[in-house]
Design a protein around this ligand. Sequence first.
Ligand SMILES: C[S@@+](CC[C@H](N)C(=O)[O-])C[C@H]1O[C@@H](n2cnc3c(N)ncnc32)[C@H](O)[C@@H]1O
Length: 275
Amino acid sequence: MNTTTEQPPGTDRQLEIAGRRLTAAEIRALDPYQLMAELGKTVIHPGGSRSTEELLAMAAPGPGQRVLDAGCGIGTTAAQIARRFNCEVFALDISEANLDRARCTVEQVGVDDRVTVRRGDIEQLDFEDESFDVVIVEAVTMFVHRKRAAAEVVRVCRRGGRVVDHEFIWRKPPPPGSRELFMGKVCPGIDFDTEADWTALYQTAGLENLQTTTGPFAMMTPSGFVRDEGVRGTARFVGRALSRPAYLRKLAWLMPRMMRAMPYLGYVVVGGTRA
Ligand SMILES: C[S@@+](CC[C@H](N)C(=O)[O-])C[C@H]1O[C@@H](n2cnc3c(N)ncnc32)[C@H](O)[C@@H]1O
């Protein structure tokens, strides 16, 4: 199927396809990113759609190139890359629920003939060395063993190809309480520091000519939210959040804790050429 529709992902149909109704206990246990996907948010990374544009500019995928999106989430960026740049995209994620959502996204965008959605672990990629022209990662490396993940995404990129990653940073040092609250309770298991740390990680992993851009955390600010999801998407998100007390309880717990870290949080897009 080669038709490209402009219908955004994150519709009610996608939410249905994403699966069964979660129990209240399951909703309580969701991390913020899983919660956003569950509520139908389509852009689920710190810098929002603006940082994705920066990532795409840095990755510069070309027609017919093979692109890996490692940790694709609901497949929003993978589908865009296939549609806008006419690439052959592999969209990998470790979560079956997100893979279902990603399959729906690529079908809705009309690029299911160019995007392969399948399970994969960024720490142990099931591809030969130098399998891709471009590898992108958005908001995944900070949740896993960073050195292993960086080594893997560089390994599967061809020499001269591009690897670009987009993750959280602390833009300024947070007060100790906010840091512990964010990393220990809001996003347990997450680990990140500064722009310099991300650059060093990828330099060590084998990238050269490294470039970075940085900016403020935008995914959950009111203006960033509407920019990413549009007015209809925002209304749909709010409607779904209001549809169950368990969603509202989870958001009521999450948002004030998130707000404490927000002034200090930002994003980095770091990319380079495989040496
Ligand atoms: C914050 S979401 C970002 C998703 C997507 N890249 C985006 O920007 O919208 C993090 C994603 O990483 C996936 N993930 C976590 N650990 C992973 C791993 N070891 N290998 C592959 N994906 C992983 C999660 O399932 C989730 O979909």
